[in-house]
Design a protein around this ligand. Structure first.
Ligand SMILES: NC(=O)c1ccc[n+]([C@@H]2O[C@H](COP(=O)([O-])OP(=O)(O)OC[C@H]3O[C@@H](n4cnc5c(N)ncnc54)[C@H](OP(=O)(O)O)[C@@H]3O)[C@@H](O)[C@H]2O)c1
Length: 261
């Protein structure tokens, strides 16, 4: 089990920060799906990349494959975040708040009355998609300076509507705007990338039916599902020096399934 205490020595890139030009990047949810592709893109560009998730297994496998440093922990709780950030470097250049997902795919508790079940469903999506980003950013903000980049991962579910999941991603969009105003004069940008259907992730927990997949693809202008690399490349651009005057924006990556005009 990888823990925050031993990650600095167990990772493959923890010692690779040899010059001031190497950027330090933290990707939450970096062990799988969109986060893995994003972490891989940064690592391929020479960054010192840290990936965070709850499960040690996927983190360690990804870290070994892409040359990143794994840090295991639950970012939805203050104690979990505190333990994770204790294992991260003192200077962070890029924070990608990608951890999250629709917790409804994990099911709802059996036997709960309707109000209790509803509260549980909403609390879980709020914790997974909003608290993870807000708590992680709160903890790491003091380690970021001019040129810093924060990229949140939202969803097409925000404008489309998708119960507590879509509402949580809408909250993430609102917070992106206020955070951008808070940190903008310190030279830090904050944006949100909103993917549509992205395959080759664990998002659907194996529950995406062929019928629903075909319906989602049919709604695109490109006629195909998105891939983790489609999202990773946009995140990488928003984190680049050339994107210095783009902040407080929602960038849609959905093949035209929804227009963000
Ligand atoms: N795939 C899509 O179609 C799609 C569409 C729109 C938006 N998105 C968004 O894209 C982001 C990435 O999802 P994905 O599609 O790549 O699915 P994924 O493969 O399930 O990735 C989600 C990652 O978040 C991590 N995570 C979840 N809760 C966490 C917590 N409390 N603390 C730490 N890590 C946590 C998971 O790792 P552990 O389980 O090990 O913690 C996992 O690595 C999510 O925010 C999702 O809402 C996905």
């Amino acid at each position: 089990m990888t823990t925050p205490d031993d990650t600095m020595t167990s990772g493959t890139s923890g010692t690779s920060r040899t010059s001031g030009t190497v950027r330090t990047v933290v990707v939450t949810g970096g062990g799988t799906g969109i986060g893995r592709a994003t972490a891989a893109a940064f690592a391929a560009g020479g960054a010192d990349v840290y990936i965070v998730g709850r499960r040690a297994g996927p983190l360690q496998e990804t870290a070994a494959a892409i040359a990143a440093t794994p840090v295991a922990g639950d970012l939805a709780t203050p104690d979990g975040v505190a333990a994770v950030v204790a294992a991260l470097p003192e200077q962070i250049d890029v924070l990608v708040n990608n951890a999250g997902g629709n917790t409804d795919f994990d099911g709802v508790p059996d036997g709960a009355d309707e109000l209790t079940a509803t509260a549980d469903v909403w609390n879980r999506n709020w914790a997974a998609n909003v608290l993870t980003a807000v708590l992680t950013t709160t903890a790491l903000r003091p380690r970021m300076g001019a040129g810093g980049r924060i990229v949140n991962v939202g969803s097409i579910a925000s404008p489309r509507g998708a119960g507590s999941y879509g509402a949580a991603k809408a909250a993430l969009e609102s917070w992106t705007v206020s955070l951008a105003a808070d940190v903008g004069r310190d030279g830090i940008t904050v944006n949100l990338v909103a993917p549509g259907l992205i395959v080759d992730t664990e998002f659907f927990r194996g529950r995406l039916s062929d019928e629903r997949r075909m319906r989602l693809v049919a709604a695109t202008a490109t006629g195909r599902a998105g891939t983790p690399d489609d999202v990773a490349s946009v995140i990488a651009f928003l984190a680049s020096p050339g994107a210095a005057h783009i902040t407080a924006q929602v960038v849609h990556v959905n093949g035209g399934a929804h227009s963000g005009r």
